[in-house]
Design a binder for this molecule. Structure first.
Ligand SMILES: C=CC1=C(C)c2cc3[nH]c(cc4nc(cc5[nH]c(cc1n2)c(C)c5CCC(=O)O)C(CCC(=O)O)=C4C)c(C)c3C=C
Ligand SMILES: [Fe+2]
Ligand SMILES: [Fe+2]
Length: 353
């Protein structure tokens, strides 16, 4: 279960940021080896404060372990032929890092594994970076003798859409029935630098597809927009920014908003700090009544959805209906200049051996 991860305690914030800024697949920096630790050190106090305010760390590890355990229990019932199934969490920037997970997998004598992204929508900067990480660890001899296949995206899976839609409905139910249909549904996803969008990264399209599917499932009862949050640094990022959209809606006389995190499956600083503490507070000062759709966390509908996705994948793979990788993940971004993306894709397409 691959994801970026987050610091479980405030004390782990610096190492998390150092790993993040050292990732050339996410943020290619000149003199990265020197610049990454410097930026991480400078940013640490501010980000530590945010993790302290959301309860002393990121809950992503706890949610991932709950989701993994729930998924594996369902899979054992659904696919007895490949049981027992064991979930391993592998984070890109926080513990448990891929190296530690690889060690556990080796200890357990794992021979068959599915690299299952926990980002619903694919970006080279997120899922792509985690796949490059598996590939590099395998090249370094940490993951020998394992047959791999990949679940690379699932942003329109009906179970995922149903889980999000149910949380949107619960948030909408908090508004007065007389005015509920005037509530704007504002989907918010982590933004991408325009340099990534412009090299042909599929994330913007895939997040849009998720939003469309949720709105179809809700029967278009309310008006909606998709906006983008959490841009970092001075370069151009995909807009419109979530905070500006909230202020703009208030300016246009809108009174009610449901905020929906659509590109991440558990709580993190972007929901608990940025959306709940920063944006919602400011929006309320502009006269908006605002409720956030809960993150998926331990939603049983969501846990069943990831079990369904894995179940179908394992069946189709064993029956020879699909190969180790999807058709879509085989295509590099037309503007990609990262050589590892190419060799990684060839390696996974061979089943990783
Ligand atoms: C689908 C989700 C995400 C995408 C796409 C994404 C792209 C992306 N992010 C950065 C830079 C930073 N991201 C940071 C934190 C962070 N990013 C995501 C998710 C996505 N990022 C999450 C969930 C988090 C927070 C983790 C948590 O536990 O809350 C940070 C660190 C925080 C900070 O310093 O402000 C940076 C930096 C880039 C450059 C990028 C695309 C190229
Ligand atoms: Fe990010
Ligand atoms: Fe790439």
């Amino acid at each position: 279960m691959m994801n970026m991860g987050g610091p479980s305690t405030v004390a782990e914030t610096h190492d998390f940021l150092k790993n993040l800024f050292s990732d050339g697949d996410l943020i290619p920096l000149p003199f990265q080896k020197f610049l990454a630790p410097w930026i991480a050190r400078k940013r640490t106090p501010q980000i530590e404060k945010q993790y302290a305010e959301i309860g002393g760390g990121s809950p992503i590890r706890r949610w991932s372990e709950i989701q993994g355990a729930g998924m594996a229990a369902l899979l054992d019932e659904m696919n007895p032929e490949s049981a027992p199934h064991k979930p391993y969490v592998a984070f890109r920037y926080a513990n448990p890092l891929m190296e530690e997970t690889a060690r556990l997998m080796k200890e357990d004598g794992v021979k068959r594994a599915v690299a299952f992204t926990q980002y619903p929508q694919y970006s080279c900067s997120t899922t792509g970076s985690s796949l490059n990480d598996v590939f590099r660890k395998a090249q370094a001899g940490h993951l020998e003798g394992i047959e791999w296949s990949v679940i690379d995206r699932w942003g329109t899976h009906p179970g995922f859409i149903e889980a999000v839609a149910q949380h949107v409905e619960a948030a909408l139910a908090k508004f007065d029935p007389a005015t509920r249909s005037d509530t704007v549904i504002l989907f918010s996803a982590h933004s991408l630098p325009m340099s990534v969008v412009n090299r042909g990264d599929p994330y913007i399209l895939e997040v849009s597809a998720s939003v469309s599917a949720v709105m179809d499932r809700l029967g278009h009862t309310n008006p909606f927009r998709l906006v983008w949050q959490s841009q970092v640094g001075p370069s151009a990022w995909m807009g419109m920014q979530t905070i500006d959209a909230l202020k703009g809606l208030a300016r246009l006389g809108k009174k009610q908003v449901v905020l929906v995190p659509i590109a991440f499956t558990s709580d993190h600083i972007e929901t608990l700090y940025e959306l709940d503490l920063e944006y919602a507070k400011e929006a309320r000062e502009h006269g908006l009544e605002i409720h956030r759709a809960a993150s998926l966390n331990d939603s049983p509908v969501f846990i069943r959805a990831i079990a369904d996705i894995a179940s179908q994948h394992l069946r189709d793979y064993s029956a020879g209906k699909i190969g180790p990788t999807s058709t879509q993940v085989g295509l590099r971004c037309p503007g990609c200049t990262n050589g590892t993306c190419g060799t990684q894709k060839t390696w996974f397409a061979r089943g990783g051996r």
